[in-house]
Write a protein that binds this ligand. Structure first.
Ligand code: BGN
Length: 397
């Protein structure tokens, strides 16, 4: 009897001991994983030439549940990630000797440019296998020719994993065929505040520029997939509206000043417009505001590729509903406020973590919603008077 009791006691003790050991080990791992990416990547020069991969810490997704980023990183099952990268770039000396990459669009046979959009949602490990030549963080560049631009493709995001998977699987093949040096950034808005598409684009711009001095920025909705390779993801000397013809709208431009969906800006144009506005919480208006910034502040007109080229498929399924329409969007848009008072220079956000997944870099942020009263005081907006009622003379019966 005594012997059995002692065995049970020893057994319980060893379980407690093993549990304590496990706890200490996971705590240690947690410490190692929360290294800020900025510790390792703030030096741009180092980023541009180094091939050193020793700093990369590959973390298996199974560890997610034991780390402090548990509440911040969405559980992308089977997606591999690291918390720090060295952006791999070609050797600058060798690079200069390469011919310029020249994605040719001269062929008259248009059918060869049509892309077959893949509609199968694969798990992340399969998407990663499809694109195993990509560098951490969703960065790729041609290995045998020299690119003139470095593109940051910035996606605003909240809780649309199926869309993201379809987007990534398709867009990587598309951009590689266009022989571009690109990195994909997904700016993920946490919290319960209204979605702010435009502010997320500014965040993507600011964070991307901390990692590398990109010179071309394409701001992209996650549910739009380009269908034609001639729709080249490069920046020109004017901002470009890329998503001209979307299948959902029968491949027709909804209105002549439409500037939503996908837009392309050179660095100087984006800075010149003071970026996107930050004051549109919820659906609508922010893209129209950007259109006005381009014409009023930048003093340029936008450009577009021909309608038969700038074609997109919109992913519409998987239970996505648009956010609530912003009731103040007309008041802000038509107020002619000073664009210097709001934009990249006033973009406030709480940066939680940058996570370098294999096929994209995720920027996890929360934004704090500004009340309309505060916005109107800050931007000196006076509420528009309601349209005058037209007096109707009633005839006597
Ligand atoms: C417009 C929205 C855009 C949106 C397009 C396409 C507004 C502002 C009203 C003055 N604009 O109506 O934001 O991209 O529809 O859906 O709501």
């Amino acid at each position: 009897m005594f012997y059995t009791r002692r065995t049970v006691f020893v057994f319980i003790c060893s379980i407690v001991f093993l549990q304590a050991l496990y706890y200490i080990i996971t705590l240690q791992l947690k410490k190692n994983q929360t290294i800020s990416p900025y510790d390792l990547t703030s030096d741009k020069e180092k980023l541009s030439v180094s091939n050193d991969t020793t700093l990369i810490q590959k973390i298996e997704p199974s560890f997610i549940s034991t780390t402090s980023i548990q509440t911040l990183v969405p559980s992308f099952i089977k997606a591999t990630y690291v918390l720090a990268i060295n952006l791999t770039r070609p050797d600058p000396v060798v690079f200069k000797s390469y011919p310029v990459c020249n994605f040719s669009i001269s062929n008259n046979d248009t059918s060869i440019y049509r892309v077959t959009v893949s509609k199968t949602i694969h798990p992340f490990d399969v998407i990663e296998k499809h694109h195993d030549d990509i560098d951490w963080g969703g960065h790729w560049f041609p290995k045998t020719c020299r690119t003139e631009q470095r593109l940051a493709l910035i996606i605003c995001y909240r809780n649309r994993e199926f869309h993201l998977k379809l987007f990534l699987d398709n867009i990587h093949s598309f951009l590689k065929q266009q022989q571009l040096d690109y990195t994909i950034f997904v700016v993920n808005q946490h919290g319960t505040d209204q979605f702010n598409r435009a502010a997320l684009f500014n965040v993507g711009f600011l964070e991307a520029m901390k990692l590398y001095s990109f010179d071309c920025f394409i701001f992209h909705d996650v549910d739009l997939i380009p269908e034609d390779l001639r729709n080249v993801y490069k920046c020109g000397d004017r901002p470009r509206h890329m998503s001209v013809a979307v299948d959902k709208f029968n491949y027709k431009l909804l209105y002549s000043t439409l500037f939503g969906g996908v837009t392309a800006f050179s660095l100087s144009d984006f800075v010149g417009a003071n970026g996107y506005p930050t004051v549109y919480w919820g659906w609508g208006g922010e893209d129209d505001d950007m259109y006005l910034r381009v014409s009023r502040k930048l003093k340029k007109s936008i450009t577009r590729y021909p309608i038969e080229i700038a074609r997109y498929k919109m992913i519409r399924t998987y239970n996505h509903t648009s956010g609530k329409a912003n009731p103040h969007r007309h008041d802000i848009l038509y107020s002619k406020y000073d664009y210097n008072r709001d934009g990249i220079n006033t973009t406030r956000y709480n940066l939680h973590e940058l996570v370098f997944y294999k096929t994209f870099t995720m920027i996890n942020v929360t934004l704090t919603e500004e009340r309309f009263e505060q916005i109107s005081a800050r931007l000196n907006i006076t509420k528009r008077k309601p349209a005058k009622k037209i007096k109707t003379i009633r005839r006597k019966a």
